[in-house]
Write a protein that binds this ligand. Sequence first.
Ligand SMILES: C=C(OP(=O)(O)O)C(=O)O
Ligand SMILES: [Mg+2]
Length: 403
Amino acid sequence: MTLITDVRLRRILDSRGNPTVEADVLTESGGFGRAAAPSGASTGEYEAVERPPTEAIAAAREHAVPRLVGEAYAGNQREVDAILHAADGTDDFSEIGANSAVAISMAAAKAGADVLGAPLFQHLGGTFRGENFPIPLGNVVGGGEHAADATDIQEFLAAPVGAPSVEDAVFANAAVHAAVADLLEERDEPAGKGDEGAWAPSIDDGEAFEIVDEAVSMVADEVGFEIGFGLDVAAAEMYDADSETYEYESAGTSRDTDEQIDYIADLVDEYDLVYVEDPLDENDYDAFADLTDRVGDRTLICGDDLFVTNTDRLVEGIDLGAANSILIKPNQIGTLTDAFDAIELATKNGYDSVVSHRSGETEDTTIAHLAVATDAPFIKTGAVGGERTAKLNELVRIADDAT
Ligand SMILES: C=C(OP(=O)(O)O)C(=O)O
Ligand SMILES: [Mg+2]
């Protein structure tokens, strides 16, 4: 029933106005799945390779589509993804492009779910998946590679850890985003928005800490449940390998690795941070391990550029005690199977998985289903903006049994 009869690929727009790959997968019994690849700006050095969409589409049409059509079953995700790997023939999807691979992989999953008449999260997670919903981490102030002339730290995140429901959590993050706007106005700090919809004022990190801390406390008082504070430092983007220092350009500060570890550890205590992503360079497992040793009992230290959703890199991190959490971005690794395997390995080793969007996104909602299917404790997918609310609203629908 789920035999694939056609795979169609096309270029569509992403949220930055750049082209990206969209895939349609059709099956023998009329099943249909459509999915699109997202795209990063602060990409990790070890991510699977995204090719220019025109090239990725041509290569996938030549190498992957003939091996899938009439040969593979959309309901058998591992088979589809193994064929994508075999058709590509490289370690990093540099032949067909991780963008073509992930679009086809996710579209096949949706086609499989369509034939089965099940929501995607149910198809992916099975009937015995847990009943939990991920806590959404909402980006409310940001800079780094996501906005010009804004904070050095890439993302200041609201983390509604005490929310009684996913709906409450989603609305709390939007309220923090709105509260930040009010506080910026009071301080006469005009702000546009960065790529992920977070406010991107021309302020230094110190001022951003004050504002987000206040906004989070105000909204927590209003809603009556705990809202934590988190960061994506995206430190690889500020690391200068020649001088071995972290360069905070807007603040005019430079820190060596030990100073960076001290700085982050102090921030964890000062702001009760519940989540810190990529606080150190993506090649420095040892520094990650030092920091995790110091503060890992009271906050999540999450590897994004460090692990790039790659089980080999995660194994190394687990061996060294480099973190206690992993970011999961399907397009970093190229298929849903690889993303699932990373989550499973993380869970077995006591790491929390954070399923994540990219800064360049589409209306695709697969990550909302992936997070629910795998019982991931967190999802990071912005706070506002159409391509972000597409995922947040889908979570609300899943919770309401309305997908
Ligand atoms: C979402 C992120 O940004 P990008 O997609 O630019 O890598 C991130 O760094 O976590
Ligand atoms: Mg990150």
